[in-house]
Write a protein of this length. Structure first.
Length: 324
């Protein structure tokens, strides 16, 4: 399942890499989110055998488009992909083998490298921190073999991951109130609370361009969504005991974030995002009650996948968070 919004040029890269996969038992579906470029015409002319599912006449955002993709899937395993990727030929084969080795896993992540600087990591599975935030392991670091072991991680980025269809149905849909950014972190937390695990498979390699569709942190809209959705994750999915024990980490993260937003000329966007979060609080609190009523783990288990905090820093737009 490939999400696409005005990604005509990107489709020329990801589709050949999908067609060349060594794992051949796969149906490729493009979920087109109201593209206004020539994406649809290109697909009809050059890839007539690739199914295209439309989200409708208007752009619905990443979270809703992911739900359209999941609804259109027909297999036991569902690969969710952004359009700004190039996949190694055995990417899918390696992920399928990895999820087969771990029957308790709801999902598996591969290694992502930077598309333009291929010795640089773009992520090795997601990390959830004591500041109640998430980031991609190793993003922006040189790939010196530090993530070569198959191991459990908090969650994958939904921009390039393989999920069990049964787990997607059990955990539930991606939260469309997020629009974009951190909707996969929210899903990963709900999966952990439901007793599922996620694994990292280093031999499954993808090359990520990062933020080519949304503009990353250069877009005020998506910058604001990132700030707002960080609050959403905290309100919806994080146990109260964890918040109390780590309140100093959480408060410091948000205080530093406001300072950095001010330094970058984004304070107004940041404050507007916090106001938007306040408007969503009643809905997110209702969701919280439902999520925790259905949890299947002891809340002390929640701490097992939490890592030391990483303070906000933005030398490159690709360091922001799982992006689209």
């Amino acid at each position: 399942m490939v999400l696409n919004h005005n990604g005509r040029a990107l489709l020329e890269i990801i589709l050949p890499s999908l067609a060349g996969q060594t794992y051949s038992d796969v149906d490729v579906v493009i979920v087109d989110d109201a593209s206004t470029d020539s994406s649809r015409e290109y697909l009809a002319a050059e890839w007539p055998n690739v199914a295209v599912v439309s989200t409708g006449p208007r752009n619905v955002g990443v979270a809703a488009a992911l739900n359209v993709a999941v609804a259109a899937a027909r297999g036991e395993l569902v690969a969710l992909l952004n359009n700004d990727l190039e996949l190694a030929t055995d990417w899918l084969e390696q992920l399928v083998a990895g999820i087969d080795r771990h029957p308790e896993a709801s999902s598996v992540a591969g290694k992502m490298r930077n598309y333009w600087r291929r010795d640089e990591l773009d992520g090795a599975g997601d990390v959830f921190t004591l500041s109640a935030t998430a980031h991609r392991r190793g993003v922006g670091d040189r790939d010196d073999g530090q993530y070569e072991h198959e191991e459990e991680v908090f969650a994958p980025s939904a921009g390039a991951a393989l999920y069990r269809a049964a787990a997607l149905a059990d955990v539930g849909s991606f939260d469309e109130s997020f629009t974009a950014y951190l909707e996969d972190v929210d899903w990963g937390l709900r999966a952990q609370l439901a007793g599922y695990r996620a694994w990292y498979v280093p031999t499954a390699v993808a090359y990520h361009m990062g933020g080519r569709t949304t503009g990353g942190d250069t877009s005020p809209l998506y910058y604001g969504l990132l700030r707002r959705n960080t609050i959403a994750v905290l309100v919806k999915d994080v146990p109260l005991g964890f918040i109390v024990r780590n309140l100093h980490h959480i408060a410091w993260h948000h205080a530093v974030g406001i300072v950095l937003s001010a330094r970058r000329g984004r304070l107004r966007v940041h404050l507007a995002a916090l106001a938007d979060a306040a408007r969503h609080l009643p809905r997110w609190l209702r969701e919280r009650r439902r999520i925790f009523a259905g949890r299947r783990i002891d809340l002390h288990e929640f701490d097992r996948f939490a890592s030391p905090p990483q303070w906000p820093r933005w030398p490159r737009s690709t360091r922001l968070a799982p992006d689209r």
